[in-house]
Write a protein that binds this ligand. Structure first.
Ligand code: SF4
Ligand code: FES
Length: 245
């Protein structure tokens, strides 16, 4: 392969109309989708006579650790920095995630994820803990936490049919992070409150059990299992709360 064809769904601003644009770029061995996107900018900077504008996309770490470069590549949600061009069919079609507002081209706004984290109080009050003691993030048992490692990419939301305009479902990443937090010594102390919040409308009970999230999570988090654990705890906490009232 000498040339790669990228077919990109573009949008100039949040209120603009989407349109498709095609780019042909020289292929390099080991080229990732992120590298291919960068090379569009280089072609333009070289002044080859083209009037195309560079394609906006996010990519902070370049090694699958920040989630920023998540997009739809040939119809599947993937990380642009971890997807090799040679493993894709040509032309390579790129679209922004469809469940988030577009900021520009392939850049999306993930504020809804932050809002969901806030709804379930997914944080620790560090003022109450001595950071040097190692207690804050210490784990139970053998120290393994199969729910940790979320990179907040949004892939689980993109793939979930329950996460849509017609529903308030917060999505799998919330319950994966909750299960992870609850495995830490400090997180467990405040877990009861989060179980009750996860039982509210849009919470864990709205999961339809499709398990697409497990298939797309680039961090390999066992999201269905986390949802199952949080669901059982949410039911038990709600029952206790009901009988206490
Ligand atoms: S749980 Fe996995 S798929 Fe969902 S946001 Fe976190 S890393 Fe991405
Ligand atoms: S650039 Fe960070 S995950 Fe791709």
């Amino acid at each position: 392969m000498d040339v790669v064809t990228l077919k990109i769904r573009r949008q100039d601003d949040p209120d603009g109309l989407a349109y498709w644009e095609k780019f042909e770029i020289p292929f390099e061995s080991g080229m990732t989708v992120a590298r291919a996107l960068e090379s569009i900018g280089e072609l333009i900077e070289c002044g080859d006579g083209s009037t195309l504008s560079p394609v906006a996309f996010e990519g902070l770490c370049g090694k699958g650790a920040c989630g920023a470069c998540t997009m739809i590549i040939n119809g599947r949600v993937r990380l642009a920095c971890a997807t090799l061009i040679e493993e894709l069919e040509d032309p390579v079609t790129l679209m922004p995630l469809g469940k988030f507002p577009v900021v520009r081209d392939l850049v999306i706004n993930r504020d809804s994820m932050l809002a969901s984290m806030g709804r379930c109080e997914l944080w620790l009050d560090v003022d109450d803990y001595e950071l040097r003691s190692g207690e804050l993030f210490s784990q139970d048992g053998d120290g393994q936490n199969r729910f940790e490692g979320c990179i907040f990419c949004g892939a689980c939301l993109e793939a979930c049919p329950q996460y849509c305009d017609r529903s308030r479902y917060m999505g799998a990443f919330v319950f994966g992070n909750m299960a992870s937090l609850n495995l830490s010594t400090a997180g467990r102390k405040t877990s009861e409150k989060r179980f009750l919040l996860s039982a509210a409308r849009g919470g864990v009970a709205d999961c339809a059990g499709v398990s697409n999230c497990d298939m797309v999570c680039p961090a390999g988090i066992e999201l269905s299992s986390a949802i199952g654990e949080i669901n059982r705890s949410a039911i038990s906490s709600s029952m206790k709360n009901y009988f206490r009232a």
